[in-house]
Design a binder for this molecule. Structure first.
Ligand SMILES: C[S@@+](CC[C@H](N)C(=O)[O-])C[C@H]1O[C@@H](n2cnc3c(N)ncnc32)[C@H](O)[C@@H]1O
Length: 213
């Protein structure tokens, strides 16, 4: 059965798209080590980015690949990315990643600040879909939090949930799950990835996985 919080999470990001775009510039420096590790993976032809948001990472992916397919559930997020980065080398897809099925195989699949919004009951299914979206010999890269920030601690609710407010005071419940890096690494190794993980900026990690040929 679908957790209604997953719908509320989409509603939250739809309503927050403009605020999110305005706040993202303050995170550039914090994410710099993650961006550098992503760039080190090299050059690719076809890249898939899941939960692209306002295109913060899409810009970097455009430097790494010929074509980026950018997926997000929020049309407001996709429209901001489209206005910023255009459509020449980016294909946009509006999709709910809990319903989505990969249609092709990519050379690199990337997602940032998304895995912590995937609840534990949906994690194995999601990671298996990600595997199927990657060519044998292709790469996976993930940026996310392995631990809560001070702000996360302030808004944490029971279990994996958190309260997130908009500037107008409206509040939403979303999923914010912090996966143990050892467990995540083992899951991905069982799916046939060779995995390396590095921590940066106190609570973030960069994970790279190469799918076995
Ligand atoms: C924290 S933002 C991350 C955006 C971007 N990756 C970044 O790092 O700036 C989470 C993104 O997930 C998207 N999202 C939320 N629920 C989703 C779902 N069920 N399917 C696809 N995207 C979803 C939101 O619209 C939002 O753009």
């Amino acid at each position: 059965m679908r957790d209604r919080v997953l719908d509320e999470q989409i509603e939250y990001y739809r309503a927050r798209a403009q605020e999110y775009a305005a706040s993202i510039s303050s995170t550039v420096e914090m994410f710099e080590p993650g961006r550098a590790m992503l760039l080190q993976l090299g050059k690719f032809d076809q890249i898939l980015e899941l939960a692209c948001g306002t295109g913060f990472w899409t810009e970097t992916l455009l430097r790494m690949g010929s074509q980026v397919t950018a997926v997000d559930a929020a049309p407001e997020m996709l429209n901001i990315t489209k206005a910023r980065l255009g459509e020449e080398r980016i294909k946009y897809q509006q999709a709910d990643l809990f319903q989505w099925e990969p249609k092709g195989e990519y050379d690199l699949v990337f997602f940032a600040n998304w895995l912590s919004h995937v609840p534990p009951f949906a994690l194995d299914d999601f990671l298996d879909k990600v595997r199927r979206a990657i060519h044998p010999g292709g790469y996976l890269a993930i940026v996310d939090q392995h631990a809560p920030s001070n702000t996360d601690k302030e808004v944490a609710k029971e279990y994996i949930y958190a309260t997130r407010p908009l500037e107008n005071g409206r509040q939403f419940t979303i999923v914010k799950a912090f996966y143990k890096l050892d467990d995540l690494q083992k899951k991905l190794e069982r799916l046939g990835f060779e995995v390396t993980v590095s921590k940066f900026a106190d609570v973030f990690f960069f994970l790279a996985g190469k799918r076995a040929k």
